[in-house]
Design a binder for this molecule. Structure first.
Ligand SMILES: O=C(O)[C@@H](CO)OP(=O)(O)O
Length: 209
């Protein structure tokens, strides 16, 4: 089992600022989203053998809150900057609405969602994939294929890079993929490492207990 979870809402998500490698913490809502993700996973009967997260605190804290809700605080947790958010370069810290006013909707959308157009001074999704995928193949996938239940708590664009490959999306269809904060994606893989099943663990799942 491989569970991908984007961090809960961050302070800069709330302020609509490009974040990238900057390191804001979760908002109170983000903390609640992370805890809910843990509750839903627990209600589903899931447990983990290892967790991976980035070098940024919004993902690390999301990881810790999920594990805490599952009664698994202290689980082996491996941090790597390979799982960090896309580096937003010169856009980091700018307001997304202000950026649209300055450069236009189409240009800003291209920087945010195209596959291979990098924001000024930053990484395209292709550049992000060039560090996320080797890390996935070398460090995460062997543990999933070894039968371990693996949590990856990371970021919108580092997870888009991974989901693109898992779901067999193209450089065009990836442009419309959005990953919501705090909604776990639960994958089971076949022996050939392709996807057997995918469940989006959202609020429709009954987690009353
Ligand atoms: O600002 C960021 O780092 C990311 C994720 O919040 O934004 P976007 O959705 O624009 O890629």
């Amino acid at each position: 089992m491989l569970v991908l979870a984007r961090h809960g809402q961050s302070e800069w998500n709330l302020k609509k600022l490009f974040t990238g490698w900057r390191d804001p913490d979760l908002t109170p809502l983000g903390v609640e989203e992370a805890r809910n993700a843990g509750r839903w996973l627990k209600a589903q009967g899931s447990q983990f053998d290892v967790a991976f997260t980035s070098n940024l605190k919004r993902a690390q804290n999301t990881c810790a809150l999920i594990l805490e809700e599952m009664g698994q605080s202290g689980l082996e947790t491996i941090r790597s900057e390979a799982l960090n958010e896309r580096d937003y370069g010169d856009l980091a810290g700018l307001n997304k609405d202000d950026a649209r006013e300055r450069w236009g909707d189409a240009q800003v959308h291209e920087w945010r969602r195209s596959y291979d157009v990098p924001p000024p001074g930053g990484e395209s999704l292709k550049d992000t994939a060039a560090r996320v995928l080797p890390y996935y193949i070398q460090h995460i996938l062997p543990r999933v294929m070894g039968g371990e239940r693996v949590l990856v708590a990371a970021h919108g664009n580092s997870l888009r890079a991974l989901v693109m490959v898992l779901d067999g999306m193209t450089t065009k269809t990836i442009a419309s993929l959005e990953i919501a904060t705090g909604i776990p994606l639960v994958y089971h893989l076949k022996a050939d490492t392709t996807v057997e099943s995918k469940l989006i663990l959202d609020k429709d799942i009954d987690a009353a207990d």
